[in-house]
Design a protein around this ligand. Structure first.
Ligand code: BEZ
Length: 231
């Protein structure tokens, strides 16, 4: 059932003792397609084309930090939905482990995790996405998050260690930033938040550099976010 339909080739290790390489996925790459069992039934990544998708791995079910992440994500599921974004989780644990964990989360925290959690016992998906740390001897996936746009392109990704939980507000901010950039064609500066102005790309014209009133005006210039005032 676990079928990677489009995976990048792994580089050959330098020698027998070298750690296996990560998949080497980069921003701008097509997200490798796969089909797998999940808590909502069989899922295929390419079936999510046309909407945003946050695909993320976690080290293991029934662990403290992962439990807090799933509770936090389930509580904000509507916020992802409002942004036209689906959530999909993945770990090495079996489907029945996922079920038992979600039942515990429902009973203990009063929240139902309704987004799919994929089982990846052979790690064929985790390895294709570089979710398995080459330095670790165990098979747990690290906290890798991929932000995949409606065309199936990886637009942002990040990786946290097992002992540090992700920030759901930051996941939403990344999504908001990518969607604002796509809508307005600008650049999101440091600490950008929805409603803040975007920046215009720097000019490529030397005449405009010399004509700019101030020395920074040719590369540091605010552009209005559609529907919002420039700050
Ligand atoms: C956790 O989610 O708490 C966790 C998972 C794997 C290793 C360490 C911590």
């Amino acid at each position: 059932m676990y079928c990677i339909r489009e995976v990048k080739c792994y580089e050959k290790p330098m020698n027998d003792h070298a750690p296996p390489p990560c998949a080497g996925l980069r921003i701008g790459d097509a997200a490798p397609d796969f089909e797998a069992r999940s808590t909502i039934g069989p899922v295929r990544l390419s079936a999510f084309r046309g909407r945003w998708l946050v695909l993320f791995s976690h080290p293991a079910d029934f662990t403290p930090v992962c439990t807090t992440e799933f509770v936090a994500l389930a509580r904000e599921a509507a916020a992802f939905e409002q942004r036209g974004c689906a959530l999909m989780a993945l770990s090495v644990d079996s489907l029945f482990s996922h079920f038992a964990w979600l039942r515990l989360i429902r009973d203990r925290f009063g929240i139902e995790v309704r987004f799919p959690i994929v089982e990846d016992p052979t790690l064929v998906i985790g390895r294709a996405y570089g979710m398995v740390s080459p330095a670790d001897s165990d098979s747990a996936t690290v906290r890798t998050t991929f932000f995949i746009d409606p065309a199936g392109t990886i637009r942002a990704m990040n990786c946290y260690p097992a002992n540090l939980g992700r920030s759901v507000p930051e996941m939403l901010r990344i999504l908001d930033g990518l969607q604002a950039i796509d809508a307005a064609g600008g650049l999101a500066p440091a600490n950008w938040q929805p409603g803040d102005a975007l920046l215009e790309p720097a000019t490529h014209s030397l005449d405009e550099v010399f004509a700019a009133p101030e020395a920074s005006d040719w590369f540091l210039r605010a552009a209005c976010t559609p529907g919002q005032e420039t700050r």
